[in-house]
Ligand binder design. Structure first.
Ligand SMILES: C[C@@H](N)C(=O)N[C@H](C)C(=O)O
Ligand code: ZN
Length: 218
């Protein structure tokens, strides 16, 4: 397996951002959307940069007949990202009081991006899964947002400790999204992005297209 570059890696932070100013758009008219993040995000989660939505629609068209994308979370306000990161890091600190601050940050970034990098806060990342034609979720091996601890590492996209059916479903999802130009965060099968620093590093683009922003900022 190739090296997993974590969000906390200095190579991600070193990627410049050349903000292209694209607006955040509401995806609900275009994609099947689940509301499980609504309570945390208050509706912000249904937004994405236009270029990311365009590529998701391309990916959806590439899926085998009957399958659909199920969009769960796109844009995430910077304050919510900080809350998620600090909450998860606090849990790691409590479980491992001997770990250095640097080790906590690295371990936390397997599951939540450091706020200053945060692809979701740039409107560039999406957490999503697959449904059948009747809207039933397919088995992708773990619940979405299962942490490495909760899932014994099965949340990693290339994990071996899931069924053959779940592996096949991850492949179907990954093939469509990769072909449409998105990249995956390898510690989370459900997390894909386009135009952020992580995408730029993985694709060799000279700069990210999207930096963090507030939802109501022009
Ligand atoms: C918290 C999880 N759903 C997530 O979004 N993780 C990625 C790495 C992120 O915070 O960008
Ligand atoms: Zn995500």
């Amino acid at each position: 397996m190739s090296e997993i570059i974590l969000m906390s890696d200095a190579r991600v932070a070193a990627v410049p951002v050349e903000e292209n100013g694209e607006l955040l758009v509401d995806v609900r008219a275009h994609l099947r959307v689940d509301d499980r993040k609504h309570e945390d995000s208050g509706g912000a989660e249904v937004h994405l940069r236009q270029g990311v939505l365009d590529r998701l629609l391309r990916a959806q068209a590439l899926l085998p007949d009957g399958l659909r994308l199920l969009f769960v979370e796109g844009y995430r306000p910077p304050a919510l990202q900080r809350h998620y990161f600090e909450t998860y890091a606090d849990g790691l600190r409590a479980a491992h009081p001997d770990w250095s601050a640097d080790r906590i940050r690295t371990a936390a970034s397997r599951y939540v991006s450091p706020p200053e990098i945060a692809p979701h806060s740039a409107g560039a990342a999406v957490d999503l899964t697959l449904t059948d034609a009747d809207g039933r979720e397919l088995d992708l091996g773990t619940a979405m947002n299962a942490s490495p601890e909760e899932s014994d590492g099965a949340c990693y996209t290339g994990a071996g400790n899931i069924t053959e059916e779940a592996k096949a479903n991850r492949d179907v999802l990954g093939q469509a999204l990769s072909a449409a130009g998105l990249v995956n965060y390898p510690t989370e099968w459900w997390h894909w992005s386009y135009g952020d620093r992580y995408w730029a590093l993985q694709t060799g683009a000279p700069a990210a297209l999207y930096g963090p922003k507030e939802l109501d900022a022009a």
